[in-house]
Ligand binder design. Structure first.
Ligand code: SF4
Length: 225
């Protein structure tokens, strides 16, 4: 759908005047300029209305302030766990990233944090059981386990983890995991099989290598087998 002024949003803003409260730099479609004060105040009160949400917002802000540009995301993640007072974390990992999951667990345990990881193929349920066509498998006719993010969430729920990290789950499987996890969730690694799990690389290069992304077409499917 082409952009028109009527559907402009922050996704059309190149200024970000809201960061400094600079109302002279709010564009006409700006949600800061156009939201009622009542709405903004009502939402702001929700941070202090919930002890847990308030603590999370304060801890997140303190990490940004104290470690800006110094702590890697791995370090920020574990700082967050420590400062929140969480004792046991879960990792919902892609089986393709088990080595990275092992390393993250080792790093966390070195800081006194208990870790329980669950790989995405847990349960080893064949893909066809939930209606994925056999011909969609990498090797049709063979047993091929489906990704099972709901079982990952259920096992971590039963382990009583305080906080869960996603380690490279597929798009959509990550959504199901977040939906079914009782503990709050953050993403340590976001899956991008083409760009070494760095989807921002495509956004940085739409002026050069990934110019095609700005066109209307998406890649054609290719059969896996
Ligand atoms: S709230 Fe306004 S100033 Fe801030 S990013 Fe959105 S459009 Fe830009």
């Amino acid at each position: 759908m082409p952009d028109t002024q009527a559907n402009f949003s922050c996704a059309n803003c190149a200024i970000g005047g809201c960061a400094m409260g600079d109302s002279a730099r709010y564009p006409g479609f700006c949600p800061t300029a156009n939201s009622s004060q009542e709405l903004v105040d009502g939402v702001t009160k929700r941070y202090t209305g919930s002890r847990k949400d308030h603590k999370m917002a304060l801890v997140a802000a303190s990490i940004e302030s104290d470690y800006y540009g110094r702590a890697t995301r791995v370090e920020e993640s574990l700082l967050f766990v420590k400062k929140m007072g969480y004792k046991k974390i879960g990792v919902a990992s892609c089986v393709g990233l088990l080595a990275e999951c092992n390393t993250f667990a080792k790093i966390a345990r070195a800081k006194g944090i208990e870790v329980y990881g669950v790989g995405c193929k847990v349960g080893s349920v064949d893909k066809t059981v939930i209606g994925i066509p056999d011909e969609s498998k990498f090797a049709p006719g063979s047993h091929e386990a489906m990704c099972n993010p709901i079982l990952q969430a259920e096992l971590l729920n039963r382990e009583g983890t305080d906080f869960n990290f996603i380690m490279g789950l597929c798009l959509g499987h990550d959504t199901l995991f977040i939906k079914h996890s009782k503990a709050p969730v953050s993403v340590l690694v976001v899956k991008d099989r083409v760009l070494c799990h760095n989807p921002a690389a495509a956004l940085y290069t739409t002026g050069t290598y990934y110019r095609r992304l700005l066109g209307p077409d998406l890649p054609e499917p290719v059969h896996c087998g």
